[in-house]
Write a protein that binds this ligand. Structure first.
Ligand code: BGC
Length: 721
């Protein structure tokens, strides 16, 4: 349709019909639906009546349902305006890829895009028009369970991965039935809730917000994301969905966003609970004034918006503008011509879990695992006779993590399956040992696990956190290993030193003691469908670990917040971390630095950084500094290394981070091979938000380094003139 046709469609709509376009409800209101929802379901809704005017639907199961929903709606809507069908396709639909936090550890934008590309093919076949993805909240606190949904503690990484996802998912033309629209979330600063407790308020200076939180959302908006979701939290006193500064000023005016804003689940209604709206009607007014176009699931707009317009409290102009944005999105998706978009049962059969998707899922699981420690245990020898597989995850299929689609775990390859695929001859004994649940203190299985460990040639200890202990609404005040898993680890490792520990978790865990005693420690996060195959290949060296931490792992929860890009105090602790030094910035009872720093990760080979060079000593504002890093694979295996480029502004008008990642590149080298990785540094990358909240760069001296956080290996200075 032309814009002119859309406008005349709008003109012919009644007030109720217009409001309907701004309403989203659960598919479960129309069809029996077993898909998970994340908020209160609420009272029974006038579904049939609503169907006549409804604009969009949240979460359904398959192409058949998608078509049925659309058909039923079109038959009831006299304007024949198709529904928008939306779903959280976060790390895959039927084929599940590693959780986003793991993908961040891959430090590979192309790999992240490849997974998103395959997720898009499955989701479009299922009938999805809009995915609530990517989530690019900066998250720096492991207590917050939703840290698993983001890529990193570093907004630059989140922005790069988010933008890559948006581009591949939306494609060049949204009307192509294989493309779907992206909704970026959760705008803004949802990942910084007070005390790490989900949904909690965020108090933050505008400078900090602009420096460390907004850039990732902006990168996705710049990449063309068609929707954005305001966050649940109050930001500096105003919940995002009612935050006019955030939405009208920053998002629409400064960034020029012209797409659709959709509230989070019942976030409009929650304005009442948060105490900024007197009642539901008032909440509808506040959200409309802040430019929230669609109200997700609790019918606040449905029940109150028409009345607000009739009373002149919300202008018809504002209503029309919101409806036009929704109609334009439907039009961009080509729904007026093809309301079913990509929904196809045949296509579902062809693409769900197809070999290409599984292959990428396996590679992604391998390339996002982070080898934290290895005292010569890994890779295991392939001629091993007897393997003991111990721990609560030994036989589990719960290896997908939060936001995997319900039922997807039935396709997940377990550890025993993966090991048997690789080593069909080896004898494999499994023992659970104990549970992983919080509060599960049953030690009954430990003795049998110890016996199995003693009798084995190689032991795999698979421990961690249950997959639904991280994710939405899953905050913890302590981030150690739950239950008696640490006791199990101590006993098993003492029984057999040829033990490799696999960690399955969605948040950084504080495991200093485990890290001290474990002969080998491999952080697997939640690897998804191909978990078992990927683990086996990593353990036996068919795959070489190459993940780097995109978020630091703490010694203890008391260290939070502990951003890798911290600033110096006037009294930094001198010398090695560990012992306190009086009257310096330190803890009396533990280190300052993380247990494992941002950017850290081992390999079965060894990379040597030989040279860091710049093509000049100073640059002007228009120039570009050429940086080259030479490294060599000094070990005996082929491997991948993420070359990380850090910046330090020596003197500025505000304190600047002692290390700031500004770029990265992943390279693969054969044994003995040497390569030079080149980066370009421009004035733009030297900018920061000053005290007056302006984005500036200041002339002076800078340092550029490679290595990883807290372990910068080579450094060069240059000047900005
Ligand atoms: C979550 C969002 C999600 C939405 C729809 C909410 O509870 O915060 O991330 O997109 O539900 O499922």
């Amino acid at each position: 349709m032309t814009d002119h046709e859309l406008k005349s469609l709008l003109e012919g709509m009644t007030l109720e019909e217009k409001v309907g376009q701004l309403v989203q409800c659960n598919a479960g209101n129309f069809i029996s639906n077993s898909m998970g929802i994340t908020g209160p379901d609420g009272e029974a809704l006038p579904a049939e009546e609503m169907n006549r005017v409804l604009g969009s639907v949240l979460t359904f199961e398959n192409a058949e349902q998608a078509k049925a929903l659309q058909e039923k709606h079109l038959a009831a809507d006299r304007n024949r305006i198709p529904l928008l069908l939306m779903m959280d396709v976060i790390h895959g639909l039927r084929t599940t890829y590693p959780i986003p936090l793991a993908m961040g550890c891959g430090f590979d934008d192309a790999l992240t895009a490849e997974c998103a590309d395959m997720a898009r093919r499955e989701a479009s076949a299922c009938g999805v028009h809009v995915t609530f993805n990517p989530m690019v909240d900066t998250a720096r606190d492991a207590r917050w369970g939703r840290i698993m949904e983001t890529y990193s503690e570093e907004p630059m990484i989140n922005g790069r991965m988010g933008a890559a996802i948006v581009k591949i998912t939306q494609g060049k033309n949204l009307a192509d039935p294989e493309n779907i629209a992206c909704c970026v979330k959760h705008y803004a600063a949802y990942g910084a809730p007070e005390a790490g407790r989900d949904y909690n308020a965020v108090e933050m200076s505008e400078r900090q917000l602009r420096e460390s939180y907004l850039p990732a959302y902006k990168a996705c908006v710049d990449a063309g994301a068609r929707l954005i979701m305001p966050s649940f939290n109050a930001l500096n006193g105003i919940p995002s969905v009612a935050n006019q500064w955030l939405m009208n000023q920053v998002l629409r005016k400064e960034w020029g966003f012209d797409g659709v804003v959709i509230s989070d689940y019942d976030a409009v209604g929650e304005l009442v609970t948060q105490g900024v709206a007197a009642d539901a009607k008032d909440a509808a007014r506040l959200a409309m004034e802040a430019g929230c176009d669609i109200d997700m699931v609790k019918n606040i707009y449905y029940e109150h918006l028409a009345e607000l317009v009739r009373e002149g409290i919300v202008t018809e102009e504002a209503l029309n503008a919101a409806v036009m944005r929704v109609l334009r999105l439907k039009n961009e998706l080509g729904l007026f011509e093809n309301p079913y978009h990509g929904a196809s049962e045949e296509k579902e059969k062809a693409v769900y879990l197809c070999p290409a998707h599984r292959e990428t899922a396996r590679r992604a699981a391998e390339e996002t695992a982070v080898l934290l420690k290895n005292e010569g245990v890994l890779p295991f020898r392939k001629d091993v006779k007897r393997i003991a597989l111990i721990g609560p995850f030994a036989e589990s299929r719960q290896l997908n993590g939060f936001w995997s689609r319900p039922g997807a775990e039935q396709y997940t390859v377990t550890l025993p399956e993966g090991i048997r695929n690789l080593l069909p001859e080896a004898e494999l004994v499994t023992e659970k040992g104990c549970g992983a649940d919080l509060g599960d203190m049953d030690r009954g299985g430990i003795e049998a696990a110890v016996r199995a460990a003693k009798e084995a040639d190689a032991v795999i200890l698979a421990i961690g956190e249950p997959e639904y202990d991280s994710g939405e609404g899953r905050s913890r005040s302590d981030v150690t290993l739950p239950g008696v898993q640490m006791e199990l680890a101590e006993r098993v490792i003492a029984a057999n030193p040829n033990t490799a520990v696999l960690l399955f978790n969605g948040r950084p865990l504080a495991v200093p003691e485990l890290s001290r005693i474990a002969p080998a420690l491999l952080e697997m996060w939640y690897p998804g469908t191909e978990a078992g195959n990927a683990c086996a290949r990593l353990l036996w060296g068919d795959a070489n670990p190459c993940g780097k931490l995109s978020v630091g792992l703490p010694y203890s929860v008391g260290q939070y917040p502990m951003p890798y890009n911290r600033t110096n105090t006037g009294r930094p602790k001198p010398g090695p971390d560990g012992q306190p030094v009086p009257f310096t910035s330190c803890y009396l009872d533990g280190p300052n630095l993380p247990l494992y720093s941002f950017g850290y990760g081992l390999s079965y080979t060894r990379f040597e950084y030989e040279k860091l060079e710049t093509d000049r000593d100073s640059i002007g504002r228009e120039d570009c500094l050429q940086v080259s890093v030479t490294l060599r694979n000094a070990g005996e295996r082929r491997g991948k290394e993420t070359v990380q480029l850090y910046l330090r502004d020596r003197v500025a008008s505000v304190v600047r981070p002692i290390q700031q990642l500004i770029d990265y590149q992943k390279v693969e080298l054969a044994p003995g091979e040497r390569t030079t990785v080149r980066f370009r540094v421009t004035e733009k990358q030297l900018r920061f938000w000053n005290f007056a909240c302006r984005e500036v760069s200041e002339p002076g001296e800078f340092e550029i380094s490679c290595g990883w956080a807290d372990h910068l290996l080579l450094t060069r200075r240059f000047e900005l003139k």
